[in-house]
Every structure is written in structure tokens, then in C-alpha cells.
Design a protein around this ligand. Structure first.
Ligand code: ATP
Ligand code: MG
Length: 381
């Protein structure tokens, strides 16, 4: 007899020719998640199993976070010949259940001496005898005691929901503008959940922002890295650009011009890394640089699509996700971000494009971008 974890994936993505590719990719991601646990991941009869682990709770905790996994069930694999032993295990598995149940037997081995209704009836009867807290309801049961007779017998009761989404890498690559705040890690997580491999860019304004602020961003990337299957973080020196903007551009436009430079540099890095889109943690009206007009002016600086998965979220909703994915406690550490260092007193909320372009004429944009790109530090987490 062996303890296993049965892994289910969503069916809707599996129509057509992509199915084998999707499943192979999902298996690789599950292997990555359970690495170091001595566990084995394999596919059998179109279903994914994990076995050979010593700590079931830890395996469940890890596998339910893998994008593309929709639910898991702890299961038992045992020889199908000994029917009494199967009944005993089914009783054990349903001992802590209360309410209504039904046995759901499926028999793919048609030579098995009992058919599915006969298994349902006999196992159901024995469970009822052993557990007075249970009643049978064949139409709408609270619990299903599943028994599958294949090459072996498989038993499972609990279905534990997992994160869902699609395996990372099955939907291309995108570059996340990652700050030390609450929003951008959540934005990256949401896009990664849709199967996108994340590449990160962080703008650092040393010495105005400290090494600890940079470490904090790397800690956020490390936190995301488990679900995202590794992240390459590009740390861009941004001090010179910020100083130049501060000195040469109209004060009310400095934030927007700075954001346009962030987008331009992120887009260059994104192209080098084979990415097709940028991701930010912006949401409508959150700050002056996120009014609709302002967002339009930052989009205007690049030709790549910009994904803003939090666009319609309230801060409280973003915080809820950040807590769930474990980034909130890191984001709440109090280190300054480069955006906050040179904040204008009265930022433009209805910026005029001509004024921004006028302001940018005072900068040697291409040279600034080139120097920043030359100073990029790449860290894999
Ligand atoms: P966050 O949005 O991460 O909580 P924030 O709200 O302080 O931080 P804003 O200044 O509003 O960030 O910036 C909006 C978006 O711009 C961020 O979500 C992030 O995608 C990007 N961004 C801001 N600062 C940086 C930075 N230093 N490096 C990389 N991206 C940044
Ligand atoms: Mg924000």
C-alpha cells in the first residue's frame, strides 16, 4: 500500500493539440515545486501523481501553489485483489466524516469480479456500520468516497482546492516593473498565474535609496520565485536619470517623465529577454501618476502592450492577495523607493502631452538610457 497525491488540472485548456505540451510543462513545474523532498512525479492513465514523500502536508502545501494545478487529493494505492482490505481502508478514510456520503466506484478493469454498483453497495454498507455519523445520499452527498479499480485500486476522499491558472511558461514571457511596494508583486503573481514567465526590472537610485531597499525587492522576487519557477531580476541604476529630470524638467511633470523613462528602459530589457509585454502594479486613481490621463502618457512612451492586472482593484483587495501570496509582510518593511525620493509638491493629474514632450527635450534621453543599461546588474533568484 502506498500514499500518493493525485493532482488535477483544469480541463478547459486541454482541448486540442496543446494537451501533451501543457501536461509535460505542468509535470516539470510540479517537480520543481517538490524538489529536495525525495518525491517522484509521474503521469499514469492521463493523471498526474506524486509519490515517495515522507511529509504529506508539505507536499500538499507546495503542489497546491503550482500554477495549473486545480485540486489535489491524498490517495491510497493498493492491490485490488483483496476486497476486504479495500473496505477497511475506505472505512479508515471516512472515519472523521460527518453528514451525507456516497461511494463512487469506477472500474476500468472490466474483468474485476465486482461491478461498480456492487462495490458501491458493499463498501457503503460497511462504512455505515462503522461510522454512525454518516448517512447515504446518492443524489447530493456532502462527501464522495472514491474507489477506482484500474491496474491497482485507488482510494481518495478529500479534494483540496489549489491555485488554478496555467503552468508558467505556457503563455510566453513578460517583464514586471517590480518596486518594493505592495502592488507590483501582486501584479506579477497574477500574470504569472496565467502561465506567463516573469522577468523583473527594478530601478534603484543609490545612494538616495539604500542597499537594504534593494535587498527588500530581491526578497520580494525570491518570494514570487517559487510560484514563478525562478525570476531574473535586472537592477537598473536610476540615479542619474532622476537627477537630470529633477534639474531640467518642470517640477509638476517630473514623476511622469521619470515613469516614462522607466517604461522605456524596461521595454529595452524586455526585448533583450524575449518578452512580449510589460506589467505594472498600477490601478486607476491610486496616486497622481495613475489617473487615466497620466496612465495614457506612460503608455505613450513604449510600443509594447502594458498589462495592469490591478487596474480595477481597491487597495484593500490588493492587500488581501498580497497577504495570501506571502509578499505583504516584506512589502510593509519601511524602506524608501526611488519614486518617493524626488516627489513633486503638486504633480500634474491632467498632464498635457505637449508639456511632457517639451520637458523631455531638455534631456539627452538616448545617452541616459544607454548609460543606465550599461550599469544593469542581473540577479537570478
Ligand atoms: P507598488 O505599486 O509596487 O505598491 P507604489 O504604489 O509605490 O508601489 P508607484 O509609485 O505607484 O508604486 O508605481 C506604480 C508602478 O510602477 C509600480 O506598481 C511598479 O510596477 C512600477 N514601479 C514603481 N517604482 C518602481 C521601481 N523602483 N522599480 C521598478 N518598478 C517600479
Ligand atoms: Mg501602487
Amino acid at each position: 500500500m502506498q500514499e500518493l497525491l493525485l493532482v488535477r488540472y483544469g480541463e478547459i485548456f486541454l482541448k486540442g493539440l496543446n494537451r501533451p505540451y501543457f501536461i509535460r510543462s505542468l509535470i516539470r513545474k510540479i517537480r520543481y515545486a517538490v524538489r529536495g523532498m525525495g518525491a517522484e512525479v509521474w503521469i499514469h492513465d492521463g493523471r498526474i501523481f506524486v509519490r515517495g514523500f515522507s511529509d504529506l502536508d508539505e507536499v500538499i502545501a507546495r503542489v497546491t501553489k503550482v500554477f495549473g494545478v486545480h485540486s489535489v487529493s491524498p490517495a491510497l494505492e493498493m492491490p485490488k485483489e483483496d476486497f476486504d482490505a479495500i473496505c477497511d481502508q475506505a472505512i479508515k478514510m471516512s472515519m472523521d466524516l460527518k453528514g451525507t456520503f456516497k461511494v463512487n466506484a469506477r472500474r476500468s478493469d472490466k474483468r474485476y469480479p465486482m461491478d461498480s454498483p456492487a462495490i458501491n453497495e458493499e463498501v457503503g454498507y460497511r462504512i455505515l456500520q462503522a461510522n454512525p455519523d454518516l448517512k447515504v445520499d446518492v443524489h447530493n452527498p456532502e462527501h464522495l468516497v472514491n474507489i477506482e479499480i484500474r491496474d491497482m485500486a485507488y482510494l481518495y476522499v478529500k479534494v483540496i482546492p489549489a491555485v488554478g491558472g496555467m503552468p508558467v511558461g505556457t503563455n510566453g514571457n513578460a517583464t514586471l516593473l517590480l518596486s518594493g511596494g505592495i502592488d507590483s508583486p501582486v501584479a506579477g503573481w497574477m500574470i504569472a498565474k496565467r502561465g506567463v514567465q516573469i522577468n523583473a526590472v527594478h530601478f534603484h537610485s543609490y545612494p538616495y535609496t539604500s542597499d537594504r531597499a534593494k535587498e527588500k525587492v530581491l526578497d520580494l522576487a525570491r518570494k514570487l520565485s517559487f510560484s514563478c519557477c525562478g525570476i531574473k531580476v535586472h537592477v537598473v541604476p536610476f540615479t542619474e536619470i532622476q537627477m537630470q529630470i529633477h534639474e531640467k524638467c518642470p517640477e509638476e511633470y517630473t514623476t511622469l517623465i521619470m515613469r516614462r523613462y522607466m517604461m522605456r528602459i524596461a521595454e529595452r530589457i524586455a526585448r533583450q529577454e524575449g518578452c512580449e509585454a510589460l506589467i505594472t502594479g498600477e490601478s486607476i486613481g491610486q496616486v497622481a501618476s495613475q489617473t487615466m490621463t497620466a496612465l495614457g502618457t506612460t503608455d505613450d512612451a513604449v510600443s509594447m502592450p502594458v498589462f495592469r492586472p490591478l487596474i480595477g482593484f481597491d487597495k484593500s483587495e490588493i492587500i488581501e492577495v498580497a497577504r495570501k501570496i506571502g509578499t505583504l509582510e516584506i512589502s510593509e518593511l519601511p524602506f524608501e523607493d526611488c519614486c518617493t525620493v524626488f516627489t513633486p509638491r503638486h504633480p500634474a493629474t491632467h498632464p498635457k502631452m505637449e508639456k511632457i514632450l517639451e520637458g523631455e527635450k531638455h534631456l539627452d534621453g538616448e545617452a541616459l538610457i544607454q548609460r543606465a543599461l550599461e550599469g544593469v546588474e542581473v540577479i537570478r533568484v
